[in-house]
Design a protein around this ligand. Sequence first.
Ligand code: SF4
Length: 242
Amino acid sequence: MKAIKYSKPVSYDQQFLHILADFKNWVYQESRFEIHSNDDPGFSLNDTQSGGLPELSVIHQKVKTCQKCPLGQSRNKAVFADGNPNSPIMLIGEAPGSEEDRLGLPFVGNAGKLLDKMLHSIDLNREKVYICNVLKCRPPGNRNPNDQEIENCSPYLEQQIQMVNPKIIMTLGNFATQFILKVETGISRLRGKTYQLDGRIILPTYHPSALLHNNQLKRPAWNDLKLLKSLILKLKLDNNTY
Ligand code: SF4
């Protein structure tokens, strides 16, 4: 991919749009690129069907009225998921923010808008992936989830994973990554690689909100997106049949 040259000073937003456009061009030009990981997925697309829609709706109803932790009292709306429950690709974030709490949908604030652009750059959108969070209710003031909240709420996420049965899970940020991989290592050391877990590929990357606050993280995040695109092509998950 060619290096980007800026002939005059540009804002971070403009730089970001340049990077996205550059990245998208690269994806199209490299449509036959090979997988960047040595991982052999070891399964076929035929195993993808979830068949779990009724069960997911039952879990959703439980989440809507859940009071297992104090966040059930302070939330406006519980945030269960968005996207396609039959998708082989699941994205897992941390917890709802204020906009998500208001609308009852994940990733609809500024970080969500960035996530949409990132997905679009590799020909994905919300109809092609399933998006959810570790916590279903917003921690006040957007503070970090605590251990007790994660312990109380995580069975919902585990059921979602079981029902959706994704081939690839992209974890967004520290909390989702550490919860899924059961490690305490930080995201900076975990990202950029794939992990095999219960027959799924786990691909950690930065949370989009981190990219909004730290421009330096954008380039490695694009590299993670390239890796996701590689996996999608390798596993032939880009045929829109789900
Ligand atoms: S955060 Fe999870 S465990 Fe706590 S009330 Fe909400 S749905 Fe229930």
